[in-house]
Design a protein around this ligand. Sequence first.
Ligand SMILES: [Zn+2]
Length: 441
Amino acid sequence: MRKPSINEARMSLSKQSESPFLQGTNLTAVGDYNRSVVLDTIRKAGQISRVEVSHLTGLTSQTVTNMVRKLIDSGLVQEEGTVTVGRGKPRTAIRLNPDGRYAVGIHLEPAKTTVILINLAGHIIDRDLPNLPDDSAQAIAALASTVSLLLGRNGIPGKRMGGIGIAIPGPVDARRGTVLDPPNLSGWRNVRLAHDLELSTGLPVFMEKDVTAACHGQTWAGRGEETGQDFLFMYMGLGIAFGTVRHGHVYQGRTGNVGEMGHIVVDTSGPACWCGQRGCVAVTCDPRSLVKQAEKEGLFPAPTHVQDPRAFNDSADLPFLDEAFKSLCQRAHGGDEVCRDLLLESAGRIGRAVTILTDLWDMDTVVFGGPYWHLLKDIYLNRVAQVLRRRSVLRQVHNFKVLSTTLGGDIAAIGAASAILDHDLTPGPAPGMSGRDRSAI
Ligand SMILES: [Zn+2]
């Protein structure tokens, strides 16, 4: 039987635990599963004793001792110091060995490409920003060279490499690892990116939509410390999308394309959208729409090198758009009231979209991030929270937390890499449950 690719295996994953700590099983012949459960428990706890692992997983102390010994032998876990629980005696603490495994994360954005190397703790060890050629075959060769460069200059042995994760604007065919026809990336139509990069590097490659990758980054590197186990993630890039994390697990959707929110109407008197409605998120909130609006109000002179100054539909216009949007945000922060009002109004519209999403999902925590978020957060954060608290149907049931990710602009690259570590190291459903076959990965 054909071995499923890493993309196929991940798309068939079905994690349904209500607790962030998964339960082990004391049946025989389930060593790999229990090993993953123990490892996942250690990772989430940060530092923990064997007794606590046994308590949290339901595994016998003998099973835990055996699994921890195997994990130490394989370099994934190390003993370090002691922990004391309640009035008990101090116990030897175990924790992840950050150098036990590495992964590469690639974020392919319309305006730039980021390649990072992270360790098991989710820390960035090294990064590179390659200039990719327009031709996708040449671009894949350049990506393979960059990966090789990062591994070489950091002395990472092949046996400690988990693989490569790629974050890319949707829509994606996540099962086949194929880039379909993303609106903001020209030259990447129907490209078998995961397959071709796997052939070039000899490493497993996993590809997913950028917002889903950002959710992985937030759950893995953020460990739910600020966000809890259930939250919405708002991705503020050249496009705007949302992701959902439930019980600490990222929801990918049926085909890996969850989060398309461009046609939520947030301003009924707004400009016409190609979908037939007026005032959708796609025509009132993203950087392209805001720059067009600023031009209309005379805040920017019409650019001379762009044929249609209000178009920005060509990839050649992206550097100009990027520069114009940054300038708009800087002027707003510098005290230009017209620019500030324009962003505040946009924040109000995003607040309305977020209200619809939190009400639909019954979520009380929203985390913002993505490539353009650092330019917006000072103006957006309070305004979105105000709108949410005023308009949500659920405002009498619970409070809302609106947060800014602490992972910065690299969050999607971190997430793509951590999806590899997550796939490699955390358990799927227990043996006998529906879901993936770990031996096939
Ligand atoms: Zn629309």
